[in-house]
Design a protein around this ligand. Structure first.
Ligand code: FAD
Ligand code: EPU
Length: 337
């Protein structure tokens, strides 16, 4: 384990933007991580997973710790359920595939989400009607300043839509080292009600889907609309879908009769940010070397040599225009550095 100086992070972030890390180290296990923290007590730390939910707008003075901790194991089991513990440096999608191979159900709708297992709780990853919190039992983490180990059970994480304590009150304080998920071994509770999944299964003539069928449907849908970061730099949805009051929706519907929205259990409504951005004229629009994707307006893309600041500037223009047109301030989902 060696701390390297002046390392390019271009290949470590899915936007593919250039930024230098003053100091960079790859840790393969907990003892290496503790050693790095112990030997660098007063240096600010940035923990890096797959770099698929961050926008680098500057060179980093922080010590960048690349999490490379590996391992997946069953840690508890009953007739119906299994608890799987995965190390933080495992790739999330590889974990989904591992679970499919073992016929463990619960995360098939979260197939093909890029990034590491350790980052999954940070924003409570979600897709196609499922959020991590539904299968999350606990995670283990190490405090960046004290090196103390702690277990966080689900009820202590304050999970919400793209939200957890690791993005708010405990932001930057903990390095997650592993995650424990509770998954079904049989009688899987399939979630196929998210429109496009059922359509996809119908198209393939699948009447009694398995968890693998659901994962395959999700993979097909995602591949058809989301750009592959290996070909076109991006970070998935740049903004969160805004949650607004029912009366705000009723107001907007008067002049936007075709506006899509979803009622939430709490009485508020979620409006697709992609629709707001498209209506504001940004879908498929290119500004210099970046733009909003032609198939999914919520995904900002790097056509080649855009800098993090170029992309942030476009994001701010989008925020301002959507706010001017609809009176809604979009909140960035991507972590800006
Ligand atoms: P990074 O980008 O490396 O880090 C993100 C944040 O978490 C940073 O603040 C970082 O410091 C922190 N962090 C990382 N690892 C740890 C750790 N071990 N301990 C503590 N903090 C840590 N997200 C969804 O929820 N749903 C989707 O459907 C979805 N689709 C996407 C599609 C594409 C094409 C892309 C590029 C992204 C998508 N995302 C989606 C966003 C992204 O995949 C997730 O947020 C993912 O969990 C990020 O993982 P990462 O390892 O790349 O995190
Ligand atoms: N739409 C438009 N224009 C577009 C694209 C979409 O108007 O260019 C409208 C359509 O009405 C469509 C609706 O937006 O029905 C929703 O679009 P989509 O199903 O593509 O989902 P999304 O709301 O844009 C969210 C998540 C994704 C997740 C998908 C599937 C957020 C911020 N994004 O996107 O997560 O994969 O649902 O569940 O909640 C991510 O977080 O990075 C991410 C990709």
């Amino acid at each position: 384990m060696k701390i390297e100086n002046n390392v390019s992070l271009k290949s470590f972030n899915t936007f593919g933007v250039e930024a230098m890390a003053k100091q960079f180290v790859k840790v393969n296990n907990e003892s290496e991580l503790k050693e790095v923290l112990f030997e660098n007590p007063s240096v600010p730390i940035l923990i890096l997973g797959g770099g698929s939910n961050m926008l680098l707008t500057r060179d980093l003075d922080e010590l960048v710790i690349f999490n490379n901790m590996k391992g997946i194991a069953v840690v508890a089991e009953s007739d119906d359920y299994v608890q799987v513990q995965a190390s933080a440096g495992e790739n999330w999608h590889q974990l989904v595939l591992w679970c499919l191979d073992h016929n463990y159900g619960g995360i098939e709708n979260l197939a093909l989400i890029p990034g590491s297992v350790g980052a999954a709780p940070i924003q409570n990853i979600g897709a196609y009607g499922v959020e991590l919190k539904e299968v999350f039992t606990a995670c283990h983490a190490i405090h960046v300043k004290t090196g103390e180990s702690q277990r966080f059970d689900r009820n202590t994480c304050d999970f919400g839509y793209r939200h957890s304590i690791f993005k708010t009150t405990e932001k930057g304080n903990w390095i997650i080292t592993s995650v424990i998920l509770e998954l079904s071994k049989n009688h899987h509770h399939l979630k196929t009600d998210y429109g496009a999944i059922q359509e996809q299964l119908d198209e393939l003539g699948i009447k009694e889907p398995t968890i693998r069928d659901v994962a395959q449907a999700v993979i097909s849908i995602r591949s058809s609309k989301l750009p592959d970061p290996k070909k076109l730099g991006n970070s998935g949805s740049f903004f969160k879908n805004p949650v607004v009051s029912k009366s705000k929706v009723e107001n907007l519907l008067q002049s936007n009769t075709d506006m899509p929205y979803f009622e939430l259990l709490e009485g508020d409504c979620k409006i697709p940010a992609a629709w707001l951005i498209e209506q504001s004229g940004f879908k498929g629009k290119r500004v210099g070397n970046c733009g909003a994707h032609e198939k999914q307006a919520l995904v900002l893309v790097n056509f080649g040599d855009a800098s993090g600041s170029d992309i942030l500037s476009l994001a701010t223009d989008i925020q301002n225009e959507v706010n001017r047109k609809f009176g809604i301030l979009l909140e960035m989902e991507v972590n800006i550095l």
